[in-house]
Design a protein around this ligand. Sequence first.
Ligand code: FCB
Length: 449
Amino acid sequence: MSAPYLPSDFLWGAATSAYQIEGAHNADGKTDSVWDTFTRRRRKIRNRENGNIACDHYNRMPEDVALMQRLGLQAYRFSLAWTRILPHNTSALNAKGIDFYNRLIDRLLAAGIRPFMTLYHWDLPQYLEDQGGWTNRDIVGRFEEFVSVSAKAFGDRVKDFIVFNEPMIFLSLGYLLGIHAPGRRGFKSFFSSSHHVLLAQAAGAAVLRSEVAGAQVGTTISATAAYAATNTIPDRAAARRFDTFYNTFYLEPVLTGKYPTEHFPVLKKIERHIRPGDMEKIRYDFDFWGLNTYTRKRVKHSRFIPYIRWRELKNPVGAKETAMRWEIYPEGIYDLLKKYATYESIKKIYITENGAAFHDQLVAGRVADTYRIEYLKEYTAQVLRAKAEGVPVAGYFAWSLFDNFEWAEGYHARFGLIYVDYLTQRRYIKDSGYWYRDFIKSVWQQKAV
Ligand code: FCB
């Protein structure tokens, strides 16, 4: 087989998020986030697990950066825990929390790894949730304050920022359906919080640009390639509603100043939360968009399902799937990249998450996860295919660097390039981690030619 086309102007990295790996949930002045409180509720998380210890990254950070270096990562995407930095309902900063991220950033830079900082990966301070959380419009100012403090603390060394991670996922699961933190339900909470997140996103982005010289400001959306189950008009319309809901609802208002409600009237309910001037405030010319994508969905019209009027088909018989039951469909990432490239104002795209969970087995110190290697090979090939065709995709972050706390799914699904034995906290680079290292290395060798 010929060597794949590996462009030199492309970043290869891996991603994590604070609550999923850090642990140390009440160390050094950190207070509760909504995920700390949510995981204490009954019947919310598989096996009643939580992120109290997780990968203990807070205490093992130097070892973990050394592992990243062994993998040859060029970039590392991580998120800040808001309550380490601003633990109370005041402007008082927690020096120890800031110090942790300073040490992480300094080690990354010393190792030649470019830090990509996500400001918000779902762990809202509980003290803000107690005041209504994202449903309370005042949160926009509180978010700006948090972003400003972070920009001042880290912006001398960090230049790449992701303001939000996946609004659709934390808002639909956490504010509409109640299965993620903070466990709110209903249209009112969903639409008000959605609107406030978009206001906070543009406000936070503006803060970063004004306070950090040379900042590259982006934000990340979740995306799932959607295909109509048949070519009939109702199924095509159902796929379009699905696509609007999951792929463009938090994108188009930012690009155009308008919510994409014309094909999906239920979404018009958001309009009652709009105040004069808001839609202009939501617009923002991001330097890049982050895309997280894992699988695809086939969508069929269903008149029995209220509001959305679609249902998702089961995975095709014989299709390969992951431990999350997500179908492995590599062309999906290509189709999405082509789709987003049609928006003229999208200048640059990073795949900020892509990867697969499996029930990995550690046998004599080794994890032979050939299925994950296959997944990564096929998905990265489709990303590079899109790039070769002119899509402005500039990097790829594998999800995830480590096995970690997968939200309501707890620890049973392992997504890492590195296996974590949660009893001993020992880390083992999986075969897929070694594959990724060699893959990245081969890019450098091609560069040198
Ligand atoms: C995404 C999240 C990330 C992780 C992966 C599997 O939705 O951003 O934290 O849970 O899914």
